[in-house]
Design a binder for this molecule. Structure first.
Ligand code: CP
Ligand code: NVA
Length: 344
């Protein structure tokens, strides 16, 4: 049972990057997410943000993060207001600092999805209210709570598990998995071509944390070594938002890192417990404009994950997507909520 005393450590804090939180704090957010999911499923109200106003700033597009923040805020009794990049002055006619001061005087909490990590940090510094990072070029921290929540729901625990991330080793999701796994004590393998290895400083930072938590951090370009004994195979798009010019280069580089049945067999855990996660959106068929263009240009109908794996019993990406809502609710409620949770 979640104890209110423990949750008070989050009060008024922003959620900008995983590295700002301890193992215990991240575990609390994961467990609180599972608790809120249970309340939602049982129809028990949990209006911890009654009367609050939440600003949702989106410089980049989104399906899950926007929907999750919107529905989570409404379930919590708050009013969410979407402010897209073409709706407000931010960046074009007004600085981040001035925007933060204005929004902070009217809203009780701010979500930001955009390019620069510095901007989300500046919003937190100048707004005076909790700011939640809904993805930047560097980190995707709310995604991590949903991901490790999904893993915990499937395995019943996180201890001793190994997660292998396949694909672009330098993107926001890879960075976040590396850091969060190290903090939580989950073994993290990043399997990617040498030219896409994570930043050296980040690997060292993760390794230093991993030494304390007992996690094993392993970065390799060898797919067989990378997936061996893995319990979770994770992948993400080969080209992230804002890098659309890199399709040709990434298709060439990342095809050997595709998550397909042959790769799953190399884990050696296929007959036991193996799950596949993807933060989504995914290119697993030709049913998108990008998918069609890639097929015309490069002759491939699937990119980072095959349709077979995506639709197989191993794929848990839609549970993971639903968990974005429960976990974002936990992050907002813990940092901004008027929490009263009776002791068990
Ligand atoms: N996983 C994720 O962040 O999805 P969206 O880009 O749709 O928000
Ligand atoms: N790495 C991806 C994640 C999408 C949720 C991107 O930044 O586009």
């Amino acid at each position: 049972m979640i104890k209110p005393k423990k949750l008070s450590i989050f009060q008024g804090k922003s959620f900008l990057a995983e590295k700002d939180f301890t193992k215990e704090e991240l575990e609390y957010l994961i467990d609180f997410s599972i608790h809120l999911k249970d309340l939602k499923k049982r129809g028990i109200p949990h209006r911890y943000l009654e009367g609050k106003n939440i600003a949702l700033l989106f410089e980049k597009t989104s399906t899950r993060t926007r929907s999750a923040f919107t529905t989570a805020a409404i379930d919590l009794g708050a009013h969410p207001e979407f402010l897209g990049s073409s709706d407000i002055q931010l960046g074009k006619k007004e600085s981040v600092e001035d925007t933060a001061k204005v929004l902070g005087s009217m809203f009780d909490g701010i979500e930001f999805r955009g390019f620069s990590q510095e901007n989300v940090e500046a919003l937190a510094r100048y707004s005076g209210v909790p700011v939640w990072n809904g993805l930047t070029d560097e980190w995707h921290p709310t995604q991590m709570i949903a991901d490790f929540m999904t893993i915990k729901e499937n395995f019943g625990h996180l201890d001793g598990l190994t997660l292998t991330y396949m694909g672009d080793g330098r993107n926001n999701v890879a960075n976040s998995l590396l850091m969060t796994g190290a903090i939580l004590g989950v073994n993290i393998h990043i399997c990617t071509p040498k030219s896409l290895f994570p930043d050296k400083k980040l690997i060292e930072e993760a390794q230093t944390i991993a030494e304390k938590t007992g996690s094993h951090v392993f970065v390799t370009d060898d797919t067989a070594q990378g997936v061996k004994h893995s319990n979770v195979i994770y992948t993400d798009v080969w080209v992230s938002m804002g890098e659309e010019k890199k399709f040709a280069e990434r298709v060439e580089l990342l095809q050997p890192y595709q998550v397909n049945m042959e790769l799953l067999r190399k884990t050696g855990t296929l007959a036991e417990d193996l799950i596949v996660l993807h933060c989504l959106p995914a290119f697993h068929d030709k049913n998108t404009i990008y998918g069609q263009n890639i097929y015309k240009e490069f002759g491939i109908s699937e990119m980072e994950i095959t349709d077979e794996v995506f639709r197989s019993k191993y794929g848990h990406q839609f549970e993971e997507a639903e968990n974005r809502m429960h976990s974002i609710k936990a992050v907002m409620a813990a940092t901004l909520g008027n929490l009263f949770i009776p002791k068990a």
